[in-house]
Design a protein around this ligand. Sequence first.
Ligand code: APR
Length: 252
Amino acid sequence: MQPRPFSQELIDRLAQAQSVAVLTGAGISAESGIATFRDPGGLWQQFKPEELANVRAFLGNPHLVQSWYTYRRNVAMEKAPNPGHEALAQLENLVPDFLLITQNVDNLHQRAGSTKITELHGNITHSYCIDCGKTATEQEMEPIASGTAAQCTACNGYIRPDVVWFGEMLPEGAMAQASHAAQRAEVFLSIGTSAVVYPAAGIPLVARDYGAYVAEINIEASAIAGSVDEVVLGKAGEVLPALVAAVEEKRS
Ligand code: APR
């Protein structure tokens, strides 16, 4: 039996909690084969976010940005949720008041069965016209593969991915929903995030300020490791199934 990297206190608190909130970052999708952003070999090592993930870059070269997101969307759709995603979908069913707050845009939480979810940074499987807002169809996206920028058939506007770019506001209401859940939470889990991008990185700290027991699950200490009650070092795909199984056993 592997020694458990988490405390009995965390198990007990999760087992009796009425209200739990979770924040996830790219680290929970790493074991599905999706690159994180800031790890060695991460996306921001290969590409410059300022050249791809902002409106100015998009308007300067819409086809380049559309191609990059088409690549990332295809990667996300080819990969599968891992046991970490699946454990969180299970945890949702064990806790009366549960919210999964994700920074990820890869749709893997939804494919794993999570339903009580708020996406702070959007979802890469959805695209829309930057001018009229119409949801893009697969047909409208086809020109990208042949080197042409995809445009809306209704108004000719360029089509963009439904993800939050640097300098943009988060989706209406997402932060409010996340903050309220953090304020209610008795236990807050911060999983697979470097916790360097705000306002998302501040949400675990709101939970702490409102009295939640905050645990971080990561392969290394994040920027908020010094502010949480418990740092669980390990891979999300290994730690979460063991943690949820222990909670399920305690609840039964
Ligand atoms: N299990 C748990 N944690 C892991 C694993 C794993 N298997 N693999 C990597 N990690 C951790 C890393 O140690 C790191 O702390 O996941 C974190 C990934 O950090 P980032 O790459 O910075 O990703 P994230 O925190 O989600 O970035 C936040 O930044 O660029 C923006 O919009 C983008 O949503 C993203 C935001």
